[in-house]
Write a protein that binds this ligand. Structure first.
Ligand code: FUB
Length: 320
């Protein structure tokens, strides 16, 4: 299965987080706006103000747009830029996790709750305590514990937290020093807070040495995704300015994760962002590119293709 066509073309969509809920494929994307704005490294062109939930009866099948599930104006703490979201289900409730800038311009991660996978969702009045940066991915392990992975560099501000306090002018680490890592925290049983202080999900090379900041074609930048295949934890992510989707594996959801390689080369547009999900025994990659707008990086479209593993558990590289 590979349609290589946008799931929908009546709106721009990006950053797809896909989950199977109630036997159907639900996709939680960013909703890119059709704005004429200058692009910069701070991501000011990504001015999204709401979320739409999409669904399919099977990957590649017809897509339903369920309409607006949450709008910026409903979120008391947020000021702008609703970036890549994710969703989770527990005890009869659906949770939409989303980053946005607070009133001080600092990215935080919020949660909104609903009773249907497509929403609507009612936001909590405050962001998750101790949350920062962008791109939440919420993963349920087989024992029922939920984890959140998050973080993104540059406009996503991950580099601004070297001390645990926000430093607006902080730079990314020097090339010969360890790279910044995505963060991981356990969620509380009610799914609304961190149960543990966010820690580094460290990515190491084959010798067990943390990847260096200058290892641009392998080190982490943004868009973490966690899935489990044959008992192994797969942390996949974007390398940002080198535009690759890469992955690393571990025996624990907390890592350390050993770098395994890249599985998707650069797509059209600056960003690349994805999720990996199983549906009826097959695995699928949801991702985006900017083909729908002819290459405008902030007007993207979500696509899907089947993903395959080799016998040794490596992900077979694919073409966008
Ligand atoms: O969509 C806005 C940002 O672009 C996301 O949060 C990043 O992952 C990148 O795709």
């Amino acid at each position: 299965m590979s349609s290589r066509q946008p799931l929908v073309s009546h709106i721009y969509t990006a950053d797809p987080s896909a989950h199977v809920f109630e036997g159907r494929m639900y996709i939680y994307p960013s909703h890119d706006l059709d704005l004429e704005v200058e692009e910069n490294d701070n991501g000011d062109q990504y001015q999204m103000t709401d979320y739409h939930v999409l669904s399919q009866d099977r990957p590649g099948g017809p897509t339903t747009d369920h309409g607006e599930a949450l709008h910026l104006r409903q979120v008391p703490w947020a000021s702008r830029q609703m970036w890549a979201p994710d969703a989770a289900f527990k005890d009869g409730k659906y949770f939409l996790y989303f980053p946005a800038r607070d009133k001080d311009g600092i990215f935080r991660i919020g949660v909104a709750v609903g009773t249907r996978p497509e929403g609507p969702f009612v936001p909590e009045p405050q962001p998750i305590k101790g949350s920062f940066s962008i791109d939440p991915c919420v993963f349920r392990d087989d024992d029922g514990q939920f984890y959140m992975y998050f973080g993104g560099l540059w406009g996503g501000q991950l580099q601004c937290w070297p001390t645990g306090r926000f430093l607006a002018d902080a730079k990314t680490p020097p090339e010969e020093t360890p790279a910044l890592c995505p963060k991981v925290a356990k969620l509380t049983p009610d799914m609304l807070q961190f149960a543990t202080t966010p820690a580094d999900a460290v990515i190491v090379d084959q010798a067990g040495v943390p990847l260096k900041a200058g290892n641009n074609s392998a080190r982490y930048f943004e868009g973490p995704w966690m899935h489990k295949y044959n008992g192994t934890y797969y942390l996949s992510y974007s390398t940002g300015d080198t535009h690759l989707l890469c992955y690393a594996t571990a025996k624990s959801p907390l890592g350390p994760f050993t770098f395994r390689g890249s599985f998707l080369p650069p797509v059209l547009g600056w960003t690349t962002h994805h999720s990996i999900v199983e549906f009826q025994g097959k695995w699928f990659l949801y991702y985006h590119d900017a083909t729908l707008s002819g290459g405008v990086s902030h007007r993207r479209c979500v696509k899907v293709q089947e993903l395959f593993y080799e016998a040794d558990g490596s992900i077979r590289p694919m073409a966008p």
